[in-house]
Design a protein around this ligand. Structure first.
Ligand SMILES: [Zn+2]
Length: 280
């Protein structure tokens, strides 16, 4: 018998089927929030990692989400609303790697639809390219000015580390640089300390989670974190150019079935931040 069934028994009825995972009646943990993972928004044809969504497809996807009564927000806003039991009808949007096309292609579409998002950038590669990918194409990354432009347009800036490093294999010194130093650089650059971190490659373990938490972040995004699922390892759904409204609907329905619930005990608050040091 789980805590979920006990909670459902004493709280109001669950939200309608169209609401995203993590409605208000389950806000204090349990069902994972629905967070979408984008990367580049452009029209290039070479896309071996399936990380590109053309602007027109993003437009269609946002129209579909809004048409179902959902509001698109960044992860910080989503999780703060969830903690307050006000996340009904919210879906999280994230854009990994901080590609320069975010400002030129994604941002106008987001703003036109009244959406916000979290952009996970790499302060150690400002104005650089995605050289961590062995296959092409090379894509330009946001400069400092580009990050500031996204922030001033109302987007949440999160850290993707310094250089796009797998934290699970990084030595301790490097781990601290990727988490704490990237946060310090972004604080200086954007004027606000980032609340959210995103694990490169979705690679996460207990040591990485503790480093992220100790660096001062409040939330962190993974992809399929399995038993580590929690506010510092949020599951996300990959979105690419093939995601028509039909596929979006399927992903919405499957998300709470494919991903674990968030354990209530790991919900961070203003005072207590859980440690996961016993696992490893
Ligand atoms: Zn990445």
């Amino acid at each position: 018998m789980s805590g979920e069934s006990r909670t459902l028994a004493r709280q109001p009825p669950p939200p309608p089927a169209d609401a995203p995972a993590g409605g208000p009646t389950r806000a204090a943990g349990r069902r994972p929030p629905w967070v979408l993972m984008y990367h580049s928004v452009s029209s290039g044809t070479e896309d071996p990692y399936r990380i590109t969504v053309p602007r027109e497809r993003l437009e269609e996807q946002l129209r579909w989400l809004l048409g179902r009564g959902l509001s698109c927000v960044g992860v910080g806003e989503l999780m703060a609303a969830r903690a307050a039991g006000r996340d009904r009808g919210l879906v999280g949007l994230t854009f990994d790697d901080g590609y320069a096309d975010f400002v030129d292609e994604a941002l106008p579409v987001l703003l036109r639809h009244g959406c916000t998002a979290t952009v996970f950038v790499l302060p150690g590669r400002l104005g650089g390219v995605n050289s961590w990918d062995p296959l092409g194409p090379r894509r330009p990354l946001l400069s400092a000015d580009g990050i500031r432009a996204a922030a001033s347009a109302g987007m949440e800036i999160g850290s993707h580390g310094l250089l796009h490093t797998d934290l699970t294999t990084a030595p301790d010194t490097r781990l601290k640089q990727e988490t704490a130093h990237s946060r310090a650089l972004l604080t200086e650059l954007a004027g606000t300390a980032p609340r959210c971190f995103c694990y490169p490659y979705g690679a996460v373990d207990a040591r990485a989670i503790n480093a992220v938490r100790d660096a001062g972040y409040r939330y962190a995004c993974a992809i399929s974190p399995g038993p580590l699922t929690g506010p510092f390892a949020l599951p996300r759904v990959h979105i690419d150019a093939s995601d028509t409204p039909f596929r979006m609907r399927l992903k919405q329905l499957l998300h709470p079935l494919r991903r674990r619930p968030l354990p209530e005990s790991q919900s961070p608050d203003a005072t207590g931040r859980p440690r996961i040091g016993d696992r490893q």
